[in-house]
Design a protein. Structure first.
Length: 100
């Protein structure tokens, strides 16, 4: 599996709170379908210390699996990122995976 085409954006929601979005394509380069996926995302400051860590499940067991060779786009949303975030792309690590 490979994460590709990362793009970040920020918007204010209807409560005037800033929400940061990370759009990412997940490319299944394996020979089995990805049935469920959990990703831990870490935002860091200029000293490379983690200032926010959040685990998200962009693909739950209710969704259609990502077949071998298939690519799918996801949008991950984050609220309240600390002010000392270094404004770089966060680190992403697969922390849960169900294959079929």
């Amino acid at each position: 599996m490979k994460f590709e085409n990362l793009k970040m954006s920020r918007f204010a929601n209807f409560l005037n709170q800033e929400v940061t979005y990370l759009d990412v394509d997940i490319d299944n380069q394996g020979n089995r379908s990805i049935a469920a996926l959990a990703v831990t995302v870490e935002f860091r400051n200029i000293e490379n210390q983690v200032v926010k860590r959040q685990t998200l499940r962009p693909l739950g067991e209710q969704a259609a699996p990502i077949a071998p060779g298939e690519r799918r786009s996801f949008r991950l949303a984050f609220e309240q990122i600390p002010d000392d975030w270094n404004m770089q792309y966060p680190n992403m690590q697969v922390t849960g995976l169900v294959l079929r």
